[in-house]
Design a protein around this ligand. Structure first.
Ligand code: PRP
Length: 215
């Protein structure tokens, strides 16, 4: 049975290329070409394939054992919180934060001071719900898959919970960050059962990635 590594499409794909190479893994050339329709690629290592999936789905592929290993954003791990997923390595890429944001407002009052019942748009419904519940605030979460920066301006919700890296997207949409829920980065993840049933192979690759992180 081959080992399958799930890799996220999008911004992490570019950053994970050099890391894979340092770990000794060279996928077929069209893997980095997002216009290629192929989703599963052989590598230079026999019995090791990589698959390209949506960043949000990496943890799910690994949790269900469809992929033994994955490269996954800490935001996605927090949202799904799968017990089947073990995250042994911080890959030190994809640094960002999950934050609460609201429209820029000169009154100095934040939204939470004004309302006890609030609506929040987010692609992190579980994280958002937990965050507001911990503050004793009952939040109605509207789940979106992207572009939630539009929500306040269009009256969908006053608050959003989103991923912030440079802050440019918030700024461009007239929003300000009011609370940081968590700082996150990209992790190497493995399926816990695979680690038990194929300990030598999985540990070997965890070690290879650990070495790849060394200067
Ligand atoms: C994320 C996030 C913001 C943006 C923040 O989206 O949802 O839209 O990045 O980055 P910035 O602070 O550097 O502007 P992403 O590009 O991951 O894709 P998505 O819109 O498909 O969620």
């Amino acid at each position: 049975m081959p080992i399958v590594i799930a890799l996220p499409k999008g911004r992490i794909l570019d950053e994970s290329g050099p890391l894979l190479a340092k770990a000794g893994i060279i996928p077929a050339p069209d893997y980095a070409d997002e216009s290629s329709r192929r989703l599963r690629f052989p590598t230079n290592i026999e019995g090791l394939d990589v698959v390209r999936v949506r960043a949000f789905d990496v943890a799910t592929f690994v949790a269900f054992g469809a992929a033994e290993i994955g490269i996954c954003g800490g935001d996605v791990l927090m949202e799904f919180d799968y017990p089947e997923v073990y995250a042994p390595l911080d890959l030190n890429i994809g640094h960002c934060r999950i934050s609460v944001a609201e429209p820029r407002d000169d009154s100095g009052q934040t939204e939470l001071n004004r309302q006890s019942n609030i609506r929040v748009a987010s692609k992190y419904p579980a994280v958002a719900k937990k965050h507001f519940a911990a503050k004793g605030i009952q939040a109605e979460i509207v789940a979106l898959n992207g572009s939630m920066e539009l929500a306040p301006g269009l009256g969908l919700s006053r608050l959003i919970v989103d991923l912030v890296q440079t802050g440019n997207t918030l700024k461009a949409n007239g929003l300000v960050e009011t609370d940081i829920i968590a700082h996150v980065s990209t992790r190497l993840i493995v399926n816990r059962i695979a680690l038990k049933t194929r300990p030598d192979e999985i540990s070997y690759w965890i070690e290879k990635f650990r070495e790849a992180l060394l200067p």
